[in-house]
Design a protein around this ligand. Sequence first.
Ligand code: URA
Length: 205
Amino acid sequence: MEDNDSLAKIAAEIKACRKCPLGKTAHRAVPGEGNPEAEIMFIGEAPGYWEDQRGIPFCGAAGNLLNELLASINLKREDIFITNILKHRPPNNRDPLPGEIKLCSPFLKRQLLVIKPKVVITLGRFAMNFFLPNLYISRAHGQPRKITWEGIPLLIIPLFHPAAALRNGEVMEKLKEDFLKIPQIIKEATNPPPKEETPIQGSLF
Ligand code: URA
């Protein structure tokens, strides 16, 4: 990373990017938004219809749910940074293609290097499998995992996607429960519990 990289610079490059066809088919780029010093970075899959119209991540129905979930742990959008793996909408919300991910992910890497979040929360199967390829969201959700991605140490918490929660009541319950675990996970990441001292055996001199 260049020393003087910034979120504004990355966003300007994303808006101008035409490396893959999505830059031409989408209405607007959605680089991401939020606190440049956020402890928590949320990463979704790709912009949907409303995000593409407005240039803002998670601003449709899934975004409204995300705002409520954030409020349940006393967080606001301004406290976090939120972005997606892809920065332009795939036509008709189809799954991102491997080539698109390869061309787009250097932007995500630079955002991670600038923000240096304590915790990365992936939303949905797709974003989780980007960092943790072999996991199933039904088993892995809500469990933090330490990884090194492209040389960057990350603490990832995979969560269900809010859009999936809107379609399925059980997923909604699990997503709500997982959200309530986030503050403790961050606390432990910030202040790991002290190692238990091993009692020193032996004579008193
Ligand atoms: N779904 C996503 O994965 N990202 C958005 O920004 C909106 C919906």
